[in-house]
Design a binder for this molecule. Structure first.
Ligand code: HEM
Length: 457
């Protein structure tokens, strides 16, 4: 990583005088010749992320994180990143994502039917975070693998096992190079890796054969574009595209990691908050019933109209982003310069709770603050950055928000809910914000859906 050595300290020290403005949740760490800054001021955040993409770059992830997230979009840099981003972007265009609504709705309704069947007395306690993880896994599998859903599911199962092994390693003291030693865990992890690769290669070969015959018959016009087919298409189209099987494997890992837990956490926290605040739950339900009725699956046009639900997304929390400032001219803010080589930590969670930006009620759940749109919710238009900002902004945000709104709308149509007495409010940061002791919620079937259950049984 580039480092600036000699003249950093004198130029960075003045930041201390601007303590509150720049640091928010503050720390400054000397780390060899590199300085790390926590940047929580929206002006500086905007200044950084509206700069040219070559002026800042993503930091190298911890080796274990890299093992988890794969060598895909999340961690790639430079030309390779730009090339992959261009290829993959059409998967996440709103028009393409909307084509996924029917399959998303099928997965959600399937989950609802299971909850109904479990609530024979009309009520059931559900640990929602586990259920939401299964749901988002299902949907990310369809987004990544499309028509090869079943094969994709098997591959993601292996990947989930792989993630458990890496998460275990995370909890141990990190010893550089340890992951190359033939310990039991490492051997298992290597085996899984080999199996994932083998299955994907088989799947890619099969897809290549099918895509040749599909192209001839023009059968896929209305099917959503999936990650796998776009990457295979790119690798077929020209040898200069340089997309290898290994690239596809790494992108699949990246999407599994980036797309599953994030969206299930959004759903979990929003459900917890609506359970804690019955008045908002009533308002959100009233809106859903008005827009889509009590039974109909929301359409793509309905989803756009759900404004209260849009407000509840204030509960999204990705904890931090890490970048390095790379422009030799530095980055100016209030006459100070962030010199080249400075590591920048954007503490999203802290920015979202900063009273100087959000007002005295910053820590309260208040979807009404988003009524006039996200840009007007706080004193600064870029105070709300759950999906990051600039060129490296989250590619999956359309998918995440659509999926979350659809799931919440269908839940609200069928159930009212409250916190279980065993719920303990303990949000914990482990890259994302987790409910440390789970999220048990009691769901009660709404009267019109009681009838469905009675008729069905
Ligand atoms: C509520 C859900 C989500 C949240 C809060 C979220 C948040 C973020 C944030 C903050 C970043 C920037 C990270 C950084 O700069 O270090 C990011 C990047 C990314 N996200 Fe998401 N994300 C969500 C859902 C998804 C989904 C569903 C997918 C894929 C299916 C996805 C795929 C990605 C990818 C591939 C990147 C890297 C983009 C790049 O660097 O070009 N995310 N996400």
């Amino acid at each position: 990583m580039p480092s600036t050595s000699h003249n950093i300290l004198p130029r960075v020290l003045p930041f201390y005088h601007n303590w509150k403005k720049i640091y928010g949740a503050t720390f400054l760490v000397w780390f060899g010749p590199t300085v790390r800054l926590t940047v929580s001021d929206p002006d500086l955040i905007r200044e950084i992320f509206t700069s040219k993409s070559e002026f800042y770059e993503k930091n190298e992830a911890h080796p274990l994180v890299k093992q988890l997230e794969g060598d895909g979009l999340l961690s790639l840099k430079g030309e390779k990143w730009a090339h992959h981003r261009k290829i993959i972007t059409p998967t996440f265009h709103m028009e393409n994502v909307k084509l996924l609504i029917p399959v998303m709705a099928t997965s959600i309704v399937d989950m609802m039917d299971k909850w109904s069947a479990m609530s024979s007395s009309g009520e059931v306690e559900i640990e929602v975070s586990e259920w939401f993880q299964n749901l988002t896994e299902d949907i990310i599998t369809r987004t990544a693998f499309g028509s090869s859903y079943e094969d994709g599911k098997a591959i993601f199962k292996l990947q989930a096992q792989q993630m458990v092994l890496v998460a275990e390693a995370f909890q141990k003291v990190f010893i550089p190079g340890y992951r190359f030693l033939p310990t039991k865990r490492n051997i298992n992890s290597w085996k899984l890796d080999k199996e994932i690769r083998k299955s994907l290669i088989k799947l890619i070969d099969r897809r290549r054969e099918n895509s040749n015959s599909d192209n001839n018959n023009n059968v896929h016009e209305k099917c959503p574009k999936d990650l796998l087919s776009l990457m295979i298409q790119a690798s077929n189209s020209s040898p200069s595209s340089n997309i290898t099987v290994n690239d596809i494997v790494e992108e699949c890992k990246s999407f599994f990691f980036a797309g599953k837990q994030t969206t299930s956490n959004l759903l979990t926290w929003t459900t917890v908050l609506l359970a804690m605040h019955p008045q908002w739950q009533l308002q959100a339900r009233a809106e859903v019933l008005k827009v889509c009725g009590a039974r109909d699956i929301p359409t793509k046009d309905d989803v756009v109209k759900l404004k209260t639900m849009l407000g509840t997304k204030g509960s999204i929390h990705n904890a931090n982003c890490y970048y390095t400032w790379n422009d030799t001219n530095g980055c100016g803010a209030w006459g100070y310069k962030v010199p080249r080589g400075t590591e920048l930590l954007i503490p999203i969670l802290a920015v979202h709770h900063d009273q100087s930006i959000w007002g005295n009620d910053a820590k309260e759940f208040n979807p009404a603050r988003f009524t006039e749109g996200v840009a007007r919710a706080a004193k600064h238009p870029v105070a709300f950055i759950p999906f990051g900002l600039g060129v490296r902004t989250c590619i999956g945000q359309n998918l995440a928000l659509l999926q979350a709104k659809l799931a919440l709308a269908i839940i609200l149509q069928r159930f009212s809910f409250r916190l279980a007495p065993t719920y303990q409010h303990a949000p914990t940061v482990l890259m994302l914000l987790y409910p440390q002791y789970g999220a048990p919620i009691i769901f009660q079937r709404l009267p019109q859906h009681n009838q469905d259950q009675d008729q069905g049984s």
